[in-house]
Ligand binder design. Structure first.
Ligand SMILES: Cc1cc2nc3c(=O)[nH]c(=O)nc-3n(C[C@H](O)[C@H](O)[C@H](O)COP(=O)(O)OP(=O)(O)OC[C@H]3O[C@@H](n4cnc5c(N)ncnc54)[C@H](O)[C@@H]3O)c2cc1C
Length: 437
């Protein structure tokens, strides 16, 4: 397919956000009688699901301490549930068992769930928590967990499959997808808007641009000549870099996935645990004595999950390998911690360290200065979907962006405006060991 001379909407990136935007935009334009069939073009330098969306664990949850995140996630959950087949969505629920520092925050999240009619169960007190966990997993043995928040919606999606499903739906509403085409620059007019997008195979005149490039955001930010620094959310009189990188720590133990099963033979919810109990290896070596957080689920051929990410810094070598560059894949230290924590929680995982996968796993994410997304126009006709690595679960963001592009507003995305840094309206932090809770 040749690059068109001109397109009304050019979307950069064929991950969850680019394709969700393309699908919903195509749908809404058709509903308005404006779906001409050549309005929307999605470009990706590699392929569909080639970025973070294709390697994500696929967790979908709504236990966010920040109210705007809860509201947005309930909207995303509605979209996941609207087409579980094409979105490869498994609505198994999401269970968080946590230590004392998280108790107050999770209680507040539960209260919000109740007020919004989102179904969840809250359990408080060490003995009650253990009893609740053992009612699901008979061999649950973790100590010193004070609270459980069990969401009865949420779960996970098979990540690559879900993005291909979105791609099919986008093409079904006449969005065009071109892969192997890299955006290399922009012509910027006097009023700040982008008139032409340059690629490695030619140029396209554009009406509006959506930038949905996941961890490549800093490269596109520079091409758009946007400021690299923002007021520091933690030190009001200082500036700080807008984007930094963390390496997401995820892996799998290659055992019979049906080991991960509930007492009544069902597929369990995705389990997330935060704790500060020291962890020991199978031969009695201390492997971790800091607060830790992990999550795990039954995968197609294994038990899969992750732990707290590692700091990479302000620069990150993404190409030629992409988000799963060998520099940022997990190593033995991750598996020592993660498998020890699984065995700490459930007796069935004792002795499973030997089954740690040798395949490359994990990947790098770009995080903003307050670790929350930037969803906003960054030039008069350029909308950035920069999710600060929160975002596989955020399938509904593209739907809201499609509404904005077709002339409606979005209350759900307003709290994620870029101007929040300048206005000192960044989102509050929780006590979780993870940057995204
Ligand atoms: C290991 C890992 C696990 C994760 N687990 C979860 C999870 O369980 N749940 C969750 O909610 N989130 C998770 N995330 C975060 C989530 O994957 C990302 O936030 C989300 O997928 C980002 O989607 P995106 O569409 O913005 O970007 P991506 O999926 O990264 O897509 C961006 C696309 O842009 C293309 N591109 C980049 N530059 C250019 C250019 N110049 N020209 C053309 N195309 C370009 C890339 O090829 C890529 O295909 C995880 C992330 C990682 C790395």
């Amino acid at each position: 397919m040749a690059l068109p001379n001109k397109v009304e909407y050019l979307i950069i990136g064929a991950g969850v956000h680019g394709l969700s935007t393309a699908y919903h935009l195509g749908k809404y334009l058709k509903e308005k009688g404006q779906g001409e069939g050549n309005n929307i073009l999605v470009l990706d330098k590699t392929g569909i699901a080639a970025g973070a969306s294709g390697v994500a664990c696929g967790n979908v949850r709504c236990n966010y301490y920040q109210e705007p995140m809860t509201n947005l996630m309930i909207h995303c959950m509605d979209i996941w549930e609207s087409d579980p087949d094409y979105f490869a969505y498994n609505s198994v629920g999401y269970l968080t068992a946590s230590f004392a520092p998280m108790a107050e925050g999770l209680a507040a999240v539960y209260e919000r769930h109740q007020s919004l009619g989102y179904p969840s169960t809250f359990i408080e007190g060490e003995n009650k928590v253990k009893k609740y966990m053992q009612s699901i997993f008979h061999d649950w043995q973790a100590e010193k967990l004070e609270v459980v928040l069990h969401e009865h919606r949420g779960g996970h999606a098979w990540s690559k499959q879900a993005i291909h499903g979105l791609g099919i739906k986008a093409e079904g509403v006449d969005a065009r997808l071109m892969t192997g085409v890299k955006v290399t620059g922009f012509d910027i007019a006097g009023d700040g808007s982008v008139t032409v997008v340059h690629t490695d195979i030619g140029r396209v005149e554009v009406g509006a641009v959506v930038v949905a490039v996941g961890p490549w955001i800093k490269q596109l930010w520079d091409m758009l000549e946007l400021p690299r620094e923002v007021p520091d959310p933690r030190h009001p009189d200082q500036m700080t870099d807008l984007w930094h990188y963390l390496a997401l720590q995820e892996g799998e133990i290659e055992i019979n996935p049906y080991i991960h099963i509930t007492n009544d033979g069902q597929r369990p919810p995705l389990v997330h645990v935060d704790s500060d109990v020291p962890l020991f290896s199978e031969d009695g070596r201390l492997v971790w004595d800091q607060p830790w957080g992990i999550y795990f689920k039954r995968d197609k051929h294994s038990v899969q999950g992750g732990a707290v990410p590692l700091d990479v810094g302000l620069e990150c070598e993404l190409d030629p390998y992409g988000t799963r560059s060998p520099h940022y894949c997990v190593d033995d230290q991750f598996y020592d911690l993660w498998v020890a924590s699984l065995a700490h929680c459930m007796k069935r995982y004792e002795g499973t360290r030997q089954y740690a996968s040798k395949k490359p796993s994990g990947g790098v994410g770009a995080f903003s200065a307050d670790n929350f997304p930037v969803f906003d126009f960054v030039r008069p006709n350029v909308y950035a979907i920069a999710d600060s690595n929160h975002g596989f679960k955020m399938i509904g963001v593209g739907e809201q962006v499609a509404r904005i592009l077709t002339g409606e507003g979005s209350e759900l995305l307003a709290p994620f405006a870029y101007s929040r840094f300048a206005n000192r309206e960044t989102l509050p932090r929780s006590n979780a060991p993870f940057p995204w809770m």
